[in-house]
Design a protein around this ligand. Structure first.
Ligand code: ADP
Ligand code: ZN
Length: 349
């Protein structure tokens, strides 16, 4: 169940009570979010009759590790957690992934609630039931599918979110528009970045973007095929992130990935040139495609998931036939991607 409304964080306790969640409950957050919202959310829980303990992790991707999971699990045990104990994730995608993973394996699984505080988590990470931690070998290599009982989204959290973090979420919203909701794109086009000063409009857009994700994963929870359309912009996006050694923010990497995918769609799947140009303008006007750092195009190409079994070097991309009409295109020739790196992304040859 996903609830979205301004001010909803203050009703967290009542909502959990309505779900008949038992008394014992731990709030897991990162230090930064805990400083901003810890006591307020604790208070909201107390109003529902809960006496939550708060556990924190350092902010940022580096917290998504096995040692952190182990430390949290031991703290839970030390404080008397049992199988009736629920875990509430208060934070961005990092806290959600980490807490969800812990909830899925602690005592073979305890109830889990998501309270996303970043735009990215509200429209993407908190929805769909994927949990994960990282290994030295790569991101999200250990994980589970584990659905939260409730995702409680309050857009008011975004008031304190730095603009660059907002852009990470905005890139995913645009992605959801491209794959399933052209009207969402039109609204983003007319709102522009003023969106972030209009709480009502922002709430509506979060609603619709979250709904796209929810619909796609509901139709395909275990990621067989349909769920792959959520990878629009991400095939190249992930390669750009890797080639930048993860210095390029995810939203920017995805924005450039979507620009390349629009160009590839124009060439391969018959996306009308005017539509590709409209999409490109939208991405740029929202300030998503910032100047790229000096990336080595060879390193970007090397980071792409090449299908080595086929003759020649070809790639699977999510492309568009039209707005809202994605296709899984299995045969993108590598030279065409190299061409995009030069002509769309402006990387040196
Ligand atoms: P994502 O949701 O993009 O995966 P993170 O979970 O790493 O990102 O959160 C990004 C950063 O934003 C972290 O430093 C986190 O502490 C901070 N943060 C999360 N939510 C808020 C908020 N509502 N206000 C201010 N900072 C926040
Ligand atoms: Zn993404």
């Amino acid at each position: 169940m996903v609830l979205i409304a301004s001010g909803l964080r203050l009703e967290l306790g009542e909502k959990l009570r309505a779900l008949r969640l038992p008394e014992r409950l731990f709030l897991i957050s990162d230090q930064k979010v805990a400083r901003l919202y810890g006591s307020q959310v604790k208070q909201a829980l107390q109003q529902g009759g809960y006496r939550p303990a708060l556990l924190t992790v350092p902010p940022g991707e580096r917290a998504k590790t096995w040692p952190v999971i182990q430390r949290l699990a031991r703290e839970l045990l030390a404080q008397g957690a049992d199988r009736q104990t629920s875990l509430v994730a208060l934070g961005g995608g990092v806290v959600g992934d980490l807490t969800g993973f812990l909830a899925s394996i602690f005592l073979r699984g305890v109830p889990f609630i998501q309270v996303p505080t970043t735009l990215l988590a509200m429209v993407d990470a908190a929805i769909g039931g994927k949990t994960a931690i990282n290994l030295p070998e790569g991101k999200n290599l250990l994980g589970t599918f584990y659905q939260p009982l409730l995702v409680l989204t309050d857009p008011d959290f975004l008031v304190t979110l730095p603009h660059k973090e907002c852009l990470n979420g905005l890139a995913e919203i645009v992605k959801h528009g491209f794959i399933r909701d052209p009207e969402l794109l039109a609204d983003l086009d007319s709102a522009g970045l003023r969106l972030f000063r209009d709480q009502e409009r922002l709430t509506d857009i979060i609603h619709r973007a979250a709904a796209v994700k929810a619909r796609v994963v509901a139709a395909d929870e275990r990621e067989a095929d349909l769920r792959r359309i959520l990878n629009f912009g991400h095939t190249l996006g992930h390669a750009l992130e890797a080639a930048s050694r993860f210095r390029l923010p995810h939203g920017q990497a995805v924005a450039w990935g979507m620009l390349a995918a629009l160009e590839l769609s124009r060439r391969l799947t018959g996306l009308p040139a005017a539509v590709a140009a409209y999409g490109g303008r939208l991405i740029r006007n929202l300030g998503l495609a910032r100047r790229l750092p000096a990336l080595n195009p060879e390193a970007v190409l090397a980071a792409l998931p090449l299908d080595k079994k086929r003759r020649g070097e070809r790639l699977v991309f999510i492309l568009l036939e039209d707005l809202g009409k994605p296709v899984i295109y299995p045969d993108v020739p590598l030279p065409l991607v190299a061409d995009c790196l030069q002509n769309v992304l402006g990387l040196p040859t």
